[in-house]
Design a protein around this ligand. Structure first.
Ligand code: CA
Length: 467
C-alpha cells in the first residue's frame, strides 16, 4: 500500500513538472510573437491587388492586407536593393555606415552595426534568413555571422529562378554555406523552406527574414503560369507575381494550421520601386528604382498581427522600412540601447498615437538626394540642381514650386544639410550606372522622356548621336 502511494506521488510529481514545463512553453508562445519580414524585390507600388492593381492577381496578399494594415505612404531607405536591405536590417540610415550605393563594393555590411537578427538571437529567438542576401560575399558578411542561425538562400543580388549547373559563389543556393542542388523554381523552393521552418519551430518564437528575389530580373516564370497568362500584356511579371503570392499563401496557411497566425507579426514590403525594364507599375508615382522620386522609394507595405492590430486599416502616415527593427523588437519586448532611426509603429495602428511616425525622411544615393518634410518633397541632383513639390496636391511630382515658394525649398535644403552632417562618405560607388542614373533623375526633374535607361542603352545612344 505504502509502495503504491509512493508510486502515485512520484508519478504525480513527474506529471506536474511536465505540465509546468508545457505551460511554460505555452506561455512563451502566447506572449512572444513570431516575427516575419517578407520582402519582394523590385515590385512596383501598384503591382498588388491590395494597392489597387486590376490587371494582375495577388489574392493571398490581398487577403492578408485586408486583415491587417495597408500603408499608403511607406518608404524604404534606398531606391536600390543592397542599401535598402542594409537600412531595413539595421534600423539605421545606411549612409551612416557608408552603405550608400548599390552592390557591396567588395566591402559589404559594416562589422560595427547590429542587425535585427542579432537583437532577436540575443533574446532567445530562433532566426532564419531565406532568399537573397546582397549584403556582402566575404565570410564576415555571411548571414550566419550577422545574427541568423540559419541561412537558406544565395549571397548575391540576383540569380536565375532555375537550377544553374556551375553557379558562381553569389549565385549558389546554399544552406549555412553548404550548396543545395535544387530542382524546380526558386520562388517555390524558398516558399517550401519557409513552410517547413514554421512546421519545425512551434515550440519557441522565431524571427524570419524571407527575402524573395521575385520579381527582380531575370524575368523567369513557370511554364504552367506563362500558359495561364499567355494573353496578358505583362505575362512574365504577372506569372512571377502569381508564384510569389501563392508561396506567401502557403506560409500563411501553415501558420494558421499550427495555430501561430494570430500571434505572428508579419511585415510585407518591396525593397524599392519598380524598375524601368521589368514591366512593373508604380501607379501614380513618378520615377523608378534607383531614383529619388516617390516611384523609387515609396513601396507597398503591410503589417499583419491579429492578436494586437485590427484588420481593415489603411494608414496614411509617413512611414519607413527603418521602423521594422524598432516595431518588431518592441513587439517582442526586447530592450536595447541602439541608436536607431525608426519608430515603433504599433501605437499608430492601435490608435494610441496619431499623426506621422516620421515628420521627416531622407534619401541619398551618391549624387541624388530626396527630402520629405510632411507632404513637401525636395529632389536634389548634385551637378544639376533641385526641384520641390507639394505632394498634397501633386503626388506625381510634376509641378516644381521652387520659384513660387522659395522659403520652403530653402527649408528643405537646410534639413538635408543637417541630416548629411551625420553621414559617412559612401564606401563605394555605382560605376557605369552613375551617368545613367544622373540622366534619368535629370530628365524626370525636367519632365522630359528618358533617352536611355541602362549602361548598354546609353552606349548605343551616344554612338548614334555622335554620328
Ligand atoms: Ca530590389
Amino acid at each position: 500500500m505504502q509502495k503504491s502511494l509512493l508510486f502515485f506521488l512520484f508519478t504525480f510529481l513527474i506529471f506536474s513538472c511536465k505540465t509546468d514545463k508545457q505551460e511554460l512553453v505555452k506561455a512563451k508562445i502566447s506572449t512572444k510573437p513570431n516575427v516575419i519580414v517578407i520582402l519582394a524585390d523590385d515590385a512596383g507600388y501598384m503591382d498588388f491587388g491590395f494597392m489597387g492593381n486590376k490587371d494582375l492577381e495577388t489574392p493571398r496578399l490581398d487577403k492578408l492586407a485586408k486583415s491587417g494594415a495597408i500603408f499608403t505612404d511607406a518608404h524604404v531607405s534606398a531606391s536600390v536593393c543592397a542599401p535598402s536591405r542594409a537600412g531595413l536590417l539595421t534600423g539605421k540610415y545606411q549612409q551612416r555606415f557608408g552603405f550608400e550605393a548599390n552592390g557591396t563594393g567588395g566591402i559589404g555590411l559594416s562589422d560595427a552595426v547590429t542587425t535585427i537578427a542579432d537583437a532577436f538571437k540575443e533574446n532567445n529567438y530562433k532566426t532564419i534568413a531565406l532568399g537573397k542576401w546582397h549584403l556582402g560575399e566575404s565570410e564576415s558578411d555571411h548571414p550566419n555571422q550577422r545574427g541568423f542561425d540559419d541561412f537558406y538562400g544565395f549571397i548575391g543580388g540576383s540569380r536565375s529562378y532555375f537550377p544553374i549547373e556551375k553557379p558562381s559563389k553569389g549565385h549558389t543556393l546554399q544552406h549555412n554555406g553548404e550548396r543545395i542542388i535544387f530542382d524546380g523554381y526558386l520562388t517555390d523552393i524558398l516558399g517550401d523552406k519557409s513552410v517547413s521552418y514554421v512546421e519545425e519551430h512551434q515550440d519557441a518564437p522565431f524571427f524570419m527574414y524571407l527575402a524573395y528575389n521575385a520579381p527582380h530580373t531575370p524575368m523567369h516564370a513557370k511554364a504552367v503560369h506563362l500558359e495561364k497568362y499567355k494573353e496578358h500584356p505583362r505575362k512574365k511579371l504577372t506569372a512571377m507575381m502569381w508564384s510569389l503570392d501563392e508561396n506567401i499563401g502557403k506560409l500563411v496557411d501553415k501558420l494558421e494550421e499550427t495555430n501561430q497566425l494570430e500571434n505572428t507579426l508579419i511585415f510585407f514590403l518591396s525593397d524599392n520601386g519598380g524598375s524601368t525594364h521589368s514591366d512593373t507599375n508604380n501607379g501614380p508615382l513618378k520615377g523608378y528604382k534607383g531614383i529619388e522620386f516617390e516611384g523609387g522609394h515609396r513601396v507597398p507595405f503591410l503589417v499583419h498581427w491579429p492578436n494586437k492590430i485590427k484588420g481593415n486599416q489603411t494608414f496614411d502616415g509617413l512611414t519607413s522600412s527603418l521602423d521594422i527593427f524598432k516595431t518588431s523588437t518592441a513587439a517582442a519586448g526586447i530592450q536595447n540601447n541602439l541608436d536607431l532611426d525608426g519608430t515603433n509603429l504599433i501605437p499608430y495602428l492601435k490608435d494610441e498615437a496619431n499623426g506621422n511616425p516620421h515628420e521627416k525622411l531622407f534619401w541619398r544615393k551618391l549624387n541624388e538626394a530626396g527630402v520629405r518634410l510632411g507632404k513637401k518633397k525636395l529632389v536634389h541632383l548634385k551637378g544639376y540642381g533641385s526641384t520641390y513639390y507639394d505632394l498634397e496636391n501633386d503626388l506625381g511630382e510634376m509641378n516644381d514650386l521652387t520659384l513660387s515658394d522659395k522659403a520652403t525649398s530653402d527649408l528643405l535644403h537646410k534639413e538635408l544639410e543637417i541630416w548629411e552632417t551625420g553621414l559617412m562618405e559612401p564606401l563605394w560607388d555605382e560605376g557605369g550606372w552613375m551617368p545613367v542614373t544622373f540622366h534619368i533623375q535629370q530628365r524626370l526633374m525636367q519632365n522630359k522622356p528618358l533617352l536611355y535607361n541602362t549602361p548598354g542603352s546609353r552606349k548605343k545612344y551616344l554612338e548614334n548621336t555622335s554620328k
